[in-house]
Design a protein around this ligand. Structure first.
Ligand SMILES: [Zn+2]
Length: 446
């Protein structure tokens, strides 16, 4: 079957939408399902992952637009999971497929100093260390018509968090005019958004798996969406369709990489139900708010405070699995001794967050040690220490911030080895730690 016939079978040409027409000059006439090294259509721009000179390192190119498709040196698409919305915008006619962003005035509000880790291919494997300066570094490539896109953006803002406002009112947090700028609780922050860019040999090494097995698993379990994972072993970079992360920096951002000042750090994995909607079955929002407050205090004391927020909802199992687990917990008798089993029964594992890639952002920021780690998680702790960043003190969430229904979660975690300075529980104790019962939970009077 010719590609033209295939195109007609899949989507009849529509004269009203020139980009849907297989003869349109906006798309290649031939649909390129996959490529192989050495083909005439394959002429990738050189990419030297780990090179300290960003121009020698080369731009990451994933776009399949007419000007860039031959030059691609990476698999996937920009935007993480939002790539699908981008495709939808083009399919629906809202966005021309040859649209190119105007990068004027989008440059970072703060230039993080280049760190040795930026050119160490073992230290940064899951983000592009030069992703924030793309429009300046590769302006010649952009002028040639190549579709190079940033994968990091750095801005600054004011934020106001209810718990921070409460602490100011209670007199436990000062208004210093620099970090906390007024009694209303406005806090100055520098924010860094990062989308995932994976160097597959480095990711495979981090997980101690064979790169070929990693590529095959990624191909098979994304429904065969990225055949070049298999056919183009020469393309080493993959932009996966997953969420990224945001860094919130309190205090002057240049202090983050200064080993002579103290650093307080919280690494937080998304929990929308608690973080935003404040459901009380877990400690996520209280711990996040505690982390923000401690980060602010460290900045006020002349140090630096950092909160890294990862889009890994429900331990990266997603909200559907998470809610199924909630139901199974509540209906099965919600006790701390059963907490992890309930998740394993449904998801097969208790956690898919894979903290092994998490320390990349700390290397990128130039963090050399963590004075106060605002987390009890051993998985986060071990991943960071394994990457050569010492943690000097670990700070558990204070007891008074733990909602009563979330004791099941926190006590199960402590029993499983999470760090605590407080009481440790026996299996017998855990049976006694119960959440709100099924009856009071389900039989809500409407
Ligand atoms: Zn949570």
């Amino acid at each position: 079957m010719s590609s033209e016939t295939a195109a007609k079978t899949a989507a009849p040409a529509d004269a009203e939408q020139p980009w849907a027409n297989p003869h349109s000059s906006l798309f290649q006439n031939r649909i390129v399902l996959t490529t192989y090294p050495g083909q005439s259509v394959v002429d990738p721009v050189e990419l030297n992952w780990g090179h300290e000179d960003p121009v020698q390192r080369g731009p990451i190119l994933v776009s399949r637009t007419k000007e860039t498709i031959k030059k691609r040196n990476a698999i996937g698409a920009h935007g993480g999971s939002y790539a699908i919305y981008n495709a939808l915008a083009i399919a629906s006619g809202d966005l021309p497929p040859d649209f190119r962003p105007n990068f004027e005035n989008t440059q970072p509000t703060f230039q993080p100093p280049q760190q040795p880790a930026w050119s160490d291919p073992t230290k940064i494997v899951s983000m592009d260390p030069f992703g924030h300066n793309v429009s300046a570094l590769f302006k010649d490539r952009l002028a040639e018509g190549l579709d190079v896109r940033p994968s990091i953006a750095i801005t600054r803002a004011h934020m106001r968090v209810a718990e921070i406002v409460d602490s100011i009112k209670a007199g436990t947090l000062d208004v210093d005019g620099e970090v906390v700028i007024n009694r209303q609780g406005d806090v100055k922050v520098t924010k860094v958004a990062v989308e995932p860019v994976w160097h597959l040999p480095g990711v495979a090494a981090r997980f101690k798996v064979d790169e070929g097995i990693l590529r095959r698993a990624l191909f098979e379990f994304t429904g065969g969406s990225y055949p070049e994972l298999v056919t183009r072993p020469d393309m080493k970079v993959f932009l996966p369709p997953i969420g990224g992360l945001t860094v919130y920096i309190f205090g002057p951002p240049e202090r983050v990489s200064d080993p002579n000042v103290k650093l307080a750090l919280r690494v937080h994995d998304e929990c929308n139900g608690s973080d935003v909607f404040q459901s009380d079955i877990c400690t996520c929002r209280p711990y996040l708010a505690f982390g923000i407050e401690e980060a602010i205090k460290e900045a006020q004391n002349g140090g630096s405070g950092v909160v890294v927020y990862f889009r890994k909802e429900g331990r990266a199992l997603g909200e559907v699995v998470k809610y199924l687990v909630y139901n199974s917990r509540k209906r099965g008798g919600d006790t701390a001794d059963q907490y992890f089993t309930r998740t394993e029964n449904i998801a097969g594992v208790r956690d898919m967050r894979f903290q092994a890639l998490m320390p990349d952002i700390l290397h990128w920021l130039g963090i050399k040690k963590i004075d106060r780690m605002l987390s009890m998680s051993n998985m986060k702790h071990d991943a960071i220490v394994e990457q050569g960043i010492p943690i000097l003190e670990r700070c558990p969430i204070p007891d008074h911030l733990i909602p009563s229904d979330s004791r099941v979660e926190i006590d199960a975690k402590i029993n499983a080895g999470y760090f605590t300075t407080g009481k440790k529980y026996t299996e017998e104790d855990l049976k006694q730690v119960k959440g709100r019962g099924w009856q009071s939970w389900e039989d809500v009077v409407h």
